[in-house]
Design a protein around this ligand. Structure first.
Ligand code: ES4
Ligand code: ZN
Length: 319
């Protein structure tokens, strides 16, 4: 039996497996610039975050209808459940869809078709986190938040993702303030490729409760002390870090050092279709390659429920 866990860093668009991409392309009359799934898989040799994002945004073109989003989410939830995921906080990128003429309602209603039945069908409770693309303007983020207002009862929080370097958190001060005023929880990617100062800025300027990735905090001992003292959870994604060359190899991943420092780390899959595995695969990889003890693995799983946006009695039930 896989360890029960919560997945807190998962981009639903990053669960698009090559087979699903081709099936949806056929269903929607979209021609992909790859001969077959093997040729597409060949393209999954990334050099950095941007090289991945280019393919990630291009392949989204196959996602057109509510049913496409429902099928995508349902397939993810089935795989996640099989790997011990009991609760999933799922990121989505509305601007990437709005830009190509797919309305926010199509995305949210479609995802909800799967999420609304997930507890019965898969035993996985779910929440949605709307992410702003940090390489788009602050104004575009604000317009996106306004467009999401009809669906706020289905959205738990907001996040910040896409190309990090050159797009500091402070650029999104206003939209995160507006999100907080609407009662939304806040998270942000920081310290994946960007410097440790972006982590500090996400906490102080955006008021985020969790940091997505956060690896580069290890370059700043005073920041590590703060994250430990304030018990700020970090949603670490080991296989993602390897595939995007954020770390040189899995064996050199700082996760053991982060745990030793007392950081509240969790293990997550980020974009599992692109990076070689779902939540359980990430746990297996860190156990096998980094030699984490059973006790450390249990700590990581416990941290995932503590860091989740669950109510307390709901959290106890999950564990
Ligand atoms: C992402 Cl790995 C990663 N980093 C930043 N933004 C993203 N969007 C999807 N995956
Ligand atoms: Zn991510």
């Amino acid at each position: 039996m896989p360890l029960p866990k919560a997945e807190l860093h998962l981009h639903i668009e990053g669960t698009l497996e090559p087979e699903t991409a081709f099936a949806l392309a056929a269903r929607n009359g979209v021609t992909l610039p790859y001969a077959d799934t093997d040729a597409l898989r060949e393209a999954y040799r990334f050099t950095d975050l941007q090289s991945f994002l280019d393919l990630y945004y291009a392949l989204m073109d196959v996602l057109r209808t509510e049913q496409d989003f429902a099928d995508l989410a349902d397939a993810y939830l089935a795989r996640a459940a099989a790997q011990g995921v009991r609760h999933a906080e799922i990121f989505f990128d509305p601007q990437a869809h709005l830009k190509r003429g797919v309305e926010l309602g199509t995305v949210v209603e479609g995802l909800w078709r799967a999420l609304g039945r997930s507890e019965q069908n898969h035993g996985v409770s779910t929440q949605l986190i709307l992410c702003f693309l940090r390489d788009e303007s602050a104004d575009s983020a604000l317009r996106t938040l306004r467009a999401a207002e009809p669906w706020l009862d289905r959205i738990t929080g907001v996040g910040l993702d896409s190309a990090e370097v050159g797009h500091p958190p402070a650029k999104f001060r206003e939209v995160f303030r507006a999100a907080a005023d609407l009662g939304l929880r806040r998270v942000a990617h920081a310290g994946e490729e960007g410097p440790p100062q972006y982590i500090t800025e996400a906490l102080d300027v955006l008021g985020v409760e969790r940091i997505d990735h956060g690896l580069r905090c290890m370059e700043d001992p005073a920041l590590v002390d703060r994250l430990v003292r304030e018990r700020i959870p970090l949603t670490v994604c080991p296989l993602s870090n390897v595939r995007l060359h954020t770390v040189a190899s899995l064996a050199e991943h700082p996760l053991p050092a982060m745990l030793d420092a007392g950081l509240v780390c969790t293990v997550n899959s980020d974009d599992p279709a692109y990076f070689g595995g779902y939540a359980g695969d990430n746990f297996d990889a860190v156990r096998d390659t980094l030699g984490l003890t059973e006790e450390q693995l249990r700590t990581l799983a416990r941290n995932s429920f503590l860091a989740a946006f669950l109510e307390h009695d709901e959290e106890r039930r999950q564990r």
